[in-house]
Design a protein around this ligand. Sequence first.
Ligand code: MN
Length: 291
Amino acid sequence: MKLARFGDDRIGIVRDDVIVDVTGIAGAVPGEWPPVAMNRLIANFAEWRHKLEAAARGQGVPLARVRLLTPVPWPSKVVAYPVNYHEHGAEMHVGYRANNQGFFLKPPSAVSGPSDPIVLPVNDGRRIDHECELAIVIGKQGRDIPREAYRDYIFGYSCLIDAVIRGKEERVARKAFDTFCPVGPWVVTEDEIGDAASQLQGTLWVNGEIKQDANTRDLVLDIPGMIEMASSVMTLYPGDIIATGTPAGVGPIRPGDTVKIQFERVGSMTLDVVQGDTGKHSIFAAPPEGA
Ligand code: MN
């Protein structure tokens, strides 16, 4: 099942090229704040699944006629693994890997959707890069999750771009700008992917040119390992997102660019890159020492 948000904060199930509105069944109130209807749906999915599946057979509207929103706008956290592909470690000239370095967090406020542009902050010419990543959406609360049990805790998968200002400042400051974490176009439930999650091809294009193209089989720390590591530190909650790390081929995005990300069996989204007028701060005023 593909679960999406659309329009004025409605929840829908995507079936081929139509979307069926299940806002009422999901007990969602459009416009509520904080926007946690999808977290609630995820937490109750096992119980609500049959009525959602029944509703999904109803009349839909063409997907092309709706504005899709990011599927989970209020994760309690976005856990992100740095340098989780050897070839990306090589291009960044770093020796550490996610399996011995751990992870960082991106704030939920950085999450944007498949219809939103990536808004570049004002700065003095610092390089801002795309990173193509698979998103794992957590389905069940858990702590110290053993790797054998990882599938019980995954709700589904989505596409995620981990945008970043390159430099030596704290990683979170460089990766936390609003719209620096596009997630979408929807969440595909775990049962549709299964073991194939460990062999998914992910591709990213800038202006139609392939920049990143790699397979999750080459992850250094695999999906069970990521859930095991993150949950050893923090309780994971329904709707939490894990960004699995980017392969080689990262590169700059500039105003006017179009970025497309796709994971097989999950979906794709195409985003505009625009120049914003916020974000100027002296910490990003010039290239950092040594960069
Ligand atoms: Mn990343």
